[in-house]
Write a protein of this length. Sequence first.
Length: 274
Amino acid sequence: MSFLLHFPFIPGAEVAGIVEDTGDSSTRFQKGDRVVTLIGSGGYAEYVVANERTLIPIPNELEDATAVSLPLQGLTAYHLLKTMGRLEKGETVLVHAAAGGVGSLAVQLAKLFGAGKVIATASSDEKLELALELGADHAINYTKPDWREDVMNATEGKGIDIALEMAGGDIFHETVKCMRPFGRLVVYGVASGNPAQMYPSGLMNRNLSVIGFFLPQIMKKPVLFEKSLQELLKLVRTGELKLTIGGVFDLDDASQVHEMLQGRKTKGKMVLKP
C-alpha cells in the first residue's frame, strides 16, 4: 500500500461495503460479507479490489457510513499512542489540533488507554470546548504566544510524557521544550508547511525521543492492522469511542464535497456513497 500519487489519480483511501466476489485462493470471506478496509487510492468508485488480509468484518450494529469513517484517522490515533508513543497508564499526553479528525480520536483513545491527564490544544474557543467534551482535562489555545507556559502549568511544571505533533515549525520546537525526561514526541505531519530543523544532541539531557509515524508502514504488518481496527470498531460499537460524521453524499456530488472541504465548511467525516 502506498499514498504516493500517480496520475491519472482516483481519490479515496477508506472503503466499506459488501463483498461482491472473491479470488480462487480466498478463504476468509465470501460474497455478501460486509467489510471495511484502507487502500492506497481508488475508493471513489462503485467497486474496488482489496487484499483480503486487510479486510475487517463490520459488526452488524454498525452502518457502513460509520465503519468507513474510522480506518485512516482511527488507526493513526491508535498507533500514535500505542505503537509509537508506548503510552503507559497514568502518563500525561499532549494532543495538538485536538478538534481535528486524528486529534479528536486521540483525545478519547488516550483516556481509554489509561492516560492520567490529556492536554488538548486547538485554535478557537469552539474547538477547545469540543476537546473538553471529548474528555480532555485541559484545553489550550496554541495561537497564544504563551501556550507553552499554559501546558507546563497544567502539568504542575513536570512536563509531558507523550506529545502528538503534526504542525512542524515553531510548534514542534515549543513542544520539545514541554517534554519531561524520557518523553516521546511522535511526529505525523507538517501541516504548517515548515518542517522543523533540530539538533539531536538537544535531546540528550532529558533522554527524549522524537519518533516519526507513517500509517502505510502499519498496513504492511497485518498483525498490527487487523487487531487495532477490530478494537476500534468494538469501541465505536459499544459507544466508548465517538465519531463525528458531517454528512453522507452521493458519489456524483464528490466535487461539491471537495469544495466544502477546501473552504473549511465541514465538521467531522464526509462520506461518499456510490
